[in-house]
Design a protein around this ligand. Structure first.
Ligand code: FES
Ligand code: FES
Length: 182
């Protein structure tokens, strides 16, 4: 059998591409799609589900703006092929609130003014929610380390750390924050 060349692959018309059926639970609802094999979770969320809270910053796994919670883990959705994650349960920033009641991390970001332009904020919040659930953060320094994959070009880090500390203290498992310098 003849092996397809790279040029042959590039010459494929969109209609020649075999689409992949996938199913996801997104923010508690089941969604089915037929997607091109190269579709990322980020593009699926933004372009097919119109969940634009998940942001495209670098599109290269370097900024964390695209963070969502997939099967309980925070991931950079720009690096995740949707076809590989078929069947996953996904929570985006749009799925964190309980009706009109914001998630404690969302409320803490508001209370602490933990954003400026807001572009990084959905990723920061999703990352913080999953990070607190991981249970490794014991103080502000841990938060800085464990949130280091989420960049903020506005430099709102001081208030972001304060918000996460506050959210943790409002939860069942408050962090101890000796020497905290939020
Ligand atoms: S957009 Fe995914 S890490 Fe930057
Ligand atoms: S608030 Fe602007 S990038 Fe973080």
């Amino acid at each position: 059998m003849e092996t397809p060349t790279a040029q042959a692959a590039l010459d494929l018309a969109p209609s020649d591409v075999q689409r992949v059926p996938v199913t996801f639970e997104i923010n508690g609802k089941t969604h089915r799609f037929e997607i091109e094999p190269w579709t990322t979770l980020l593009d699926l969320l933004r372009e097919r589900c119109h969940l634009s809270g998940t942001k495209k910053g670098c599109d290269h796994g370097q900024c964390g703006a695209c963070t969502a919670i997939v099967d309980g883990q925070r991931i950079n959705t720009c690096l995740a092929l949707a076809a590989v994650r078929d069947g996953a349960s996904i929570t985006t920033v749009e799925g964190l609130a309980d009706g009109d009641t914001l998630h404690p991390v969302q409320q803490a970001f508001i209370d602490h003014d933990a954003f400026q332009c807001g572009y990084c904020t959905p990723g920061q919040i999703c990352s913080a929610v999953a990070m607190l659930a991981e249970g490794h953060a014991k103080n502000a320094d841990d938060i800085r380390e464990l949130m280091s994959g989420n960049l903020c070009r506005c430099g709102a880090y001081t208030n972001i750390v304060a918000a996460i500390l506050d959210a943790a203290e409002r939860s069942d498992q408050p962090l101890t924050a000796p020497g905290a310098r939020p």
